[in-house]
Design a protein around this ligand. Structure first.
Ligand code: RB5
Length: 144
């Protein structure tokens, strides 16, 4: 992905530590990342943070990464927005397919089910894979 495209990232308390590691990983790689919270491991409500990123992505301002404990709450939140295609990915294959076939514009991670190395691999794979278009675009059009 073009490194000038903004990456909005947010988590709840369950994803806070992994969020910090991913922000450093992406910043070190030259990506333009904006942290939209939360700001500590104190308990917060994931919809508040999922909505912040989803609104930016739905407005066409960039792509998103959302992290909670399992990734499930953030996925449910983000996919309520009609212009958001959020993909909860557990491995590099899912990350690759979520971009090639689904053109996911939000990547969702579960911090309590992924190690740091696997999470970095998922993020890197998602960012470096391109949408295939063609029959997959037709299917995305059918969602509208
Ligand atoms: C918080 O305990 C947890 O419920 C949240 O991080 C997430 O896993 C929800 O889906």
């Amino acid at each position: 992905m073009d490194k000038s495209i903004k990456i909005f990232i947010a988590s709840d308390h369950g994803g806070f530590e992994l969020k910090g590691k991913i922000i450093k990983h992406l910043s070190d790689s030259g990506y333009n990342v904006e942290d939209m919270g939360c700001s500590s491991i104190d308990s917060v409500d994931y919809p508040l943070y999922g909505k912040k990123v989803s609104e930016k992505v739905a407005d066409g301002e960039g792509v998103g990464i959302l992290i909670c404990g399992t990734g499930i709450g953030m996925s449910i939140t983000a996919n309520r927005y009609s212009d958001v295609r959020a993909a909860l990915c557990m491995n590099g294959y899912m990350a690759k397919m979520s971009k090639m076939h689904n053109n996911a514009n939000v990547l969702v991670l579960g911090a309590r089910v992924l190690g740091e190395g696997l999470a970095f691999d998922i993020v890197d794979t998602w960012l470096s894979t391109e949408f295939e278009g063609g029959r997959h675009q037709k299917r995305l059009d059918m969602l509208e």
